[in-house]
Design a protein around this ligand. Structure first.
Ligand code: ASP
Length: 429
């Protein structure tokens, strides 16, 4: 049995066990204390930490190899501009589709406000957009690395790698060193991924034990539309772009994307999924490290198609509940703000909701309205993160194809880079 199938089986098992606990044993203290908040919580959190632990060193070494591999600052600029343009395009298409579908279906018209507004939502102050640009440049790279600030790490590492090229022969040993360290980090990814089934199981079991179906029922209109648009975007819009701009088979792509989507779904974090996305596009789909090492972490930080979709549907839903007419200007503002918010949204769990406050403020919707959708957000976060990660990989493929940086032989080989269980080395006597 290959690793992806194994991970999916454990994921479904976790989902079922979690749901059973939610239905039959939600109030059993023993199960809650020892299983849900005990074993599942510990194993799940350790697994997420293991993934997060890989991100900073992997991105750093991989990016140094990537930039030095390109060896041409002009090409680097071109790849960056193409990726940025495509990220904006996919997010704009995502939010437009979300608005179109929600305005047509009009969720929230008959919603009973008094019944459901039990939770208070106090919106934390979203950062002003100007700050997002200022924050691109770290005042202290060590802090940036320590905090895992992706954009700052990317900025510093690219600058460092360009200068490594500029110093010529003297930089050679460092570049060789980075290549070796990158190989080691890729092996660490393999080791961590070989225990993924259990980590994914624990995350699923915990989430579903705590989030019951009863939360979803009153919100089924909103919940259903977000899922519908996510599916249309991932299997429709993105695949059309992939086919026509990237000249790539969507079927093969989706098959190979499954593992990364499962990781995104169970961790709810595009950032924590970077090691898996990077591995998928490089090893499974044949994208050259010079493009992947830059576009994947860049996308995980600024490209959030799924988050934009949630924000679009949420805006229409809350506007309907409060009986506020948004009008064309309102919708256009929502499109602009959601694209900006998606750039400003770090790829970590739940921030999409915080950035929604920024969109609401701009179009004059009551921020307390966010309290209504908070209950179901945990589950939607999982789904939209899978969409976010798919968008990152689609853009990486399109950019790489345009730069002739994809090995189609690897892409077309169904078994290329497939995950194997890791054999630990024997200790020599
Ligand atoms: N969890 C999402 C991600 O990491 C961001 C969000 O929508 O909250 O991609």
């Amino acid at each position: 049995m290959n690793m992806t199938t194994k991970i999916i089986i454990w994921m479904i098992a976790g989902l079922l066990l979690g749901s059973l606990i939610n239905i039959f044993a939600y109030d059993v203290a023993l199960i809650q204390n020892y299983l849900v908040h005990g074993l599942f919580h510990v194993v799940g959190t350790i697994f997420i930490n293991l993934l997060k632990m890989l991100v900073v060193p992997l991105v750093t070494f991989s990016l140094i190899c990537g930039v030095c591999g390109i060896g041409d600052v002009k090409k680097l600029g071109r790849v960056g501009i193409k990726a940025f343009g495509l990220f904006l395009l996919t997010t704009t298409l995502a939010i437009s589709l979300a608005l179109l579908v929600s305005v047509t279906i009009n969720p929230g018209k008959d919603f009973n406000l008094t019944q459901s507004a039990q939770t208070e939502f106090v919106a934390p102050e979203p950062p002003p957009i100007t700050q997002v640009f200022i924050d691109l440049v770290p005042s202290n790279p060590v802090t940036a690395f320590a905090e895992g600030n992706m954009l700052q790490i990317i900025f510093f590492t690219i600058l460092f790698a360009i200068c490594l090229l500029m110093v010529g022969e003297r930089g050679r040993t460092l570049i060789d060193g980075a290549e070796k360290l990158n190989d080691v980090m890729l092996q660490v990814v393999n080791v961590v991924m070989s225990i993924a089934p259990y980590g994914v199981f624990a995350l699923m079991a915990k989430n579903f034990a705590l989030q019951g179906i009863d939360l979803i029922l009153p919100m089924i209109g909103y919940f259903g539309i977000v899922i519908l648009v996510l599916i249309c975007h991932v299997t429709g819009t993105l695949m059309l772009l992939l086919k026509f701009l990237g000249r790539i088979s969507p079927n093969q792509f989706l098959k190979k994307m499954r593992t990364a989507q499962v990781f995104a779904f169970s961790t709810s974090s595009s950032n924590a999924t970077i090691p898996v996305t990077l591995r998928t596009v490089e090893r499974r789909m044949g994208v050259d490290n010079s493009t992947a090492s830059f576009v994947v972490p860049f996308g995980a930080t600024i490209n959030m198609d799924g988050t934009a979709i949630m924000q679009g549907v949420a805006t229409v839903f809350i506007a309907n509940i409060y009986g506020i007419e948004l009008g064309l200007t309102g919708y256009l503002t929502v499109i602009g703000m959601s694209v900006l918010a998606s750039i400003g949204t770090a790829g970590v769990p739940g921030v999409g909701l915080i950035m929604l406050a920024m969109v609401f403020n701009q179009v004059g919707l009551p921020v307390e309205g966010i309290a209504l959708i908070m209950g179901v957000d945990r589950l939607l976060d999982m789904l939209r993160t899978a969409a976010n990660v798919t968008g990152d990989a689609v853009v990486t493929m399109i950019v790489a194809r345009s730069e002739d940086n994809v090995s189609m032989e690897v892409f077309n080989d169904p078994d290329a880079g497939i995950l194997e269980s890791v054999e630990l080395p024997h200790v020599k006597q």
